[in-house]
Design a protein around this ligand. Structure first.
Ligand code: PGA
Length: 226
């Protein structure tokens, strides 16, 4: 089981060191920390597996505010999230830029968690499979690629996908592409066990609930098959 902690724009280097000094993941989970760029170094120093939250597609160039895959590799970072819905919603990322970011990262030797997922409007319009098909179609086929299914309406809202809905979406994604699929969207200690027990779920991408040591520990424990 893979548990990826997406810290979003929380925790600078000091808080990152403090958290990782107190946190030991239980055996049996593949734990990944995804801090902000300025905290990557502190996280790498802890010896944990560390991914960035985004990566640019060019090796270098006039791209103010962006960071390349090579720069992440140099820092000891092992991978990157791409296409998170917050990137798509607030920073103009599209299926195409997500694919370019994924290709560049994989090309540089990084691992990639590519996020896909429908909005509430798309689900209500019966477009979920069409959206997932479109988002998955552009992604590179690669052994270091993992997909995170994150229904946009479940992110940071406290609304979690029901187990049936989650299982169906994961099975659909797996029918398109044979890669591990993580679930993301309001994963918490009290719902992690039932979500992680679903046959088509290979782990979780956790936002809010990964910011607290006890809560992340509980989620990791819930992900270990009994
Ligand atoms: P959440 O975020 O767990 O706070 O809903 C998940 C994510 O955005 O990856």
């Amino acid at each position: 089981m893979m548990i990826a902690a997406n810290w979003k724009m929380y925790k600078g280097p000091r808080e990152t060191r403090e958290f990782l000094g107190r946190f030991t993941p239980p055996d049996g989970v593949d734990l990944i920390i995804c801090p902000a760029y300025t905290s990557l170094h502190a996280a790498v120093e802890s010896g944990r597996a560390v991914y960035a939250q985004n990566v640019h597609w060019a090796d270098e160039g006039a791209y103010t505010g962006e960071v390349s895959a090579g720069m992440l590799v140099e820092l000891g970072v092992q991978g990157s999230i791409v296409g998170h819905s917050e990137r798509r919603q607030y920073f103009g990322d599209t299926d195409e830029t997500t694919a370019k970011r994924a290709e560049a990262a994989l090309g540089a030797g990084l691992r990639v968690i590519a996020c896909v997922g429908e909005t509430e409007q798309e689900r209500e319009a019966g477009e979920t499979e069409e959206v997932l098909r479109r988002q998955v179609a552009v992604l590179p086929r690669h052994e270091r690629l993992v997909i995170a299914y994150e229904p946009v309406w479940a992110i940071g809202t406290g609304k979690t996908a029901t187990t049936g809905l989650c299982q169906d979406a994961h099975a659909f994604i797996k029918s398109l592409l044979h890669v591990p699929v993580l679930y993301g969207g309001s994963v918490k200690p009290d719902n992690a066990a039932e979500l992680m027990a679903l046959p088509a779920v290979d782990g979780a991408l956790v936002g809010g609930a990964s910011l607290d040591v006890d809560s992340l520990t509980a989620i990791c424990r819930a992900a270990i098959p009994s």
